[in-house]
Design a protein around this ligand. Structure first.
Ligand code: TLP
Length: 347
């Protein structure tokens, strides 16, 4: 039975074209800066985000960590959302490894933090307080339903940061989903930020890797921190080759995932017991819950869905996350709807 894996877009396998590019990649020692394929990927990443320079990293988590460590010193404070991936899912790395203090502000449903909340959170210059150094945003915002932050909002946060002498980092793990859904370029979305991380290994299907982009001076510093963290990779061009294929061929097609997410949501909305989050989906993710009439909890439902060959993401006792990606076609969407209908009719 073919599995329809809706748990995440991180489960995507590399395409045939990626596998071919990986076998044929010209490589060198990237710690010496001598891997032409890594260098090419970094140039592409910088160009796509409109930054001066870029750095290839093993993961999005390391990209965010390196960015925060490059922007902040020990004891400095970063302002981020209470639903930010960096706050929830990166094992507290910024504090554990960087001694960076975090100030978590409520994320609104649309993935933003209120400008007034940010203003109020900036510390006065006083010996009792840590020094506020950095603001981070997430686009698209994972735990806020995969919603895209608009260029206007990002610009407003960028202006505020600049006014108050702060830096702005963007966790743009899915920045191309945001760009495609808003009909703007990633450059526009990244422009107000001093740095941005984007991932190659989610909707873009590359097997490994993220790219951190920013000014030349910032990337110089980030390069040293990546080495400190053990993230300097040698013949990494094998991986970067897949990343190049991802950037050259997989961005525009993300619109197909967004369209399938809409179709899946429409199908699910018809099923008694399913309660979709308002507005879902915004991009390639659906957040949905079980009504009180359903006796089973999400784990039990997920187990039964597994028996139908459908894997779903459990994000709470009553909530699922379903993520569309390259390896889920129209037939997969139909099968997922049918399986939910069958499982919930017996639940
Ligand atoms: N997100 C994963 C899980 O960790 C939750 C997923 O399945 O969505 N920023 C954002 C916004 C992310 O969603 C993720 C991964 C990362 C950073 C980290 O990327 P990796 O997994 O490459 O370290």
């Amino acid at each position: 039975m073919q599995i329809v894996d809706l748990r995440s877009d991180t489960v995507t396998l590399p395409t045939e074209a990626m596998r071919r590019a990986m076998t044929e990649a010209v490589v060198g020692d990237d710690v010496y800066g001598e891997d032409p394929t890594v260098n090419h990927l970094q140039e592409l990443g910088a160009e796509l985000t409109g930054k001066e320079a870029a750095l290839f990293l093993p993961s999005g988590t390391m990209g965010n960590l390196v960015a925060v460590l490059a922007h902040c010193g020990r004891g400095d404070e970063v302002i981020l959302g209470n639903k930010a991936h960096t706050f929830l899912y990166e094992a507290g790395g910024i504090s554990a490894l960087g001694g960076v203090h975090s100030c978590q502000l409520p994320n609104q449903q649309d993935g933003t933090m209120l400008l007034d909340d940010i203003r109020a959170a900036i510390r006065p210059d006083e010996a009792h307080h840590p020094v506020t150094r950095l603001i981070t945003l997430e686009n698209t915002h994972n735990r806020c339903g995969g919603v895209a932050l608009t260029p206007e909002y990002t610009r407003a946060v960028g202006d505020l940061a600049q006014e108050r002498g702060l830096l702005l980092h963007m966790d743009g793990a899915r920045i191309f989903n945001a760009a495609v859904s808003l009909g703007v370029t990633a450059q526009v979305l990244a422009a107000p930020a001093d740095s941005i991380t984007f991932c190659l290994s989610k909707g873009l299907c590359a097997p490994v890797g993220s790219v951190l982009c920013g000014s030349k001076a910032f990337i110089h510093q980030a390069h040293r921190i990546r080495k400190q963290l053990g993230g300097g990779m040698r013949q990494a061009g094998i991986l970067a080759a897949a990343g190049i294929v991802a950037l050259e061929t997989m961005i525009d097609r993300l619109a197909e995932d967004h369209a399938r997410a809409k179709r899946l949501a429409q199908g699910l909305a018809e099923i008694p017991g399913m309660v979709l989050d308002p507005g879902t989906p915004f991009t390639n993710m659906i957040f949905t819950g079980l009504s009180e009439s359903v006796r089973l909890d999400t784990r039990e439902v997920a187990q039964r869905m597994d028996e139908h060959g459908i894997r779903v993401g459990v994000v709470g006792k009553r909530r699922f996350r379903l993520v569309l990606h390259y390896w889920i076609d129209d037939a997969g969407v139909e099968r997922a709807v049918q399986a939910f209908a069958d499982v919930l009719s017996l639940a």
